[in-house]
Write a protein that binds this ligand. Sequence first.
Ligand SMILES: Nc1ncnc2c1ncn2[C@@H]1O[C@H](COP(=O)(O)OP(=O)(O)OP(=O)(O)O)[C@@H](O)[C@H]1O
Ligand SMILES: C[C@@](O)(CCO)CC(=O)[O-]
Ligand SMILES: [Mg+2]
Length: 328
Amino acid sequence: MVTASAPGKVYLFGEHAVVYGEPAVPCAIGLRASVTAEERSAGMRIQASDLSLDGFTVEYDGEGRDHPDIDVPDTLVQAAMGYVDEAVTQVREAADAPEASFEITIESEIPLGAGLGSSAAVAAAAIEAGTRELGVEITPTEIAERAYRVENTVQDGQASRADTFCSTMGGAVRVEGDDCHSIESPDLPFVIGYDGGAGDTGALVAGVRERRKEYEFAADTIEAIGDVVRRGEQALTANDTEEIGNLMDFNHGLLSALGVSSRTLDSMVWAARNAGCLGAKLTGAGGGGCIVALDPTPETLTALEYTHGCEEAFRAELDTDGVRVESE
Ligand SMILES: Nc1ncnc2c1ncn2[C@@H]1O[C@H](COP(=O)(O)OP(=O)(O)OP(=O)(O)O)[C@@H](O)[C@H]1O
Ligand SMILES: C[C@@](O)(CCO)CC(=O)[O-]
Ligand SMILES: [Mg+2]
């Protein structure tokens, strides 16, 4: 039995545009997803207690699938299982063990579908745990590549390597197409606001694709996000947190124009700005979920705690540890 974990992330800059080849800078944070894999002789069994309030267990054997808790909607089970199914496919391929079956248990501190990269963390941790359980050690680069394939399949062939590379390597990273590397980042005072909701990454990415097809200025907006990221990288190198904040504000406006913000995300962004943060933006796919603000003072955290629509506000720190084995 092997347990591996991987961190969630916030985007300083560049989500969505990164799907079209612009650069992005996500940073891993200290909230992790843990996946335990234990080989079984036949039939997969998956336990994912964070997926619904009551939690549920899914058993399947590759042919059909039944889930004993009949009150869990099929769509939730399907959506939920996509990432795990694909991660298991990657494990079997990496270990050259097409018949391998597992009992998989997922436990996560990362809210689901909220822009903090829960899917990438689950994929990376599942690949590490599953391959190790089969006695195969793969490099972080291969874990990142295989976790990317998981996201790309579930997101209908439209995913970037940003979330999966960041979750696998930890720390701050820069991703542009298939060019992925770790970068130096100052310790930034992240404050996260969470509206308790979620957005479907695949659907939001598809929405941006439609907008981009319909309006050429939406394509320009995506390029403008790329320009913001390039300026953001200079600000990071110069350790200029004020400028990083300004550029995060700009980035949020452009994401809003692409249609991926929401009323509560905007309220939280404005609450943070009114509290005097250095900058604030939605993080991840959007539609609902989390914003990230920079504020070394307690003001933004307090303001978010009193903001209508904000369910939870907390500080987060850059986590330099990527995917790691917890026990074997
Ligand atoms: N704890 C978990 N247990 C099982 N599956 C999970 C868990 N956390 C995430 N997942 C899978 O990831 C999906 C959510 O991924 P999605 O990409 O929509 O959001 P996210 O990764 O949290 O946010 P973003 O991609 O915007 O950063 C869930 O529907 C589920 O399939
Ligand atoms: C919206 C997106 O850019 C980030 C989701 O966390 C999608 C992706 O990069 O695959
Ligand atoms: Mg995701």
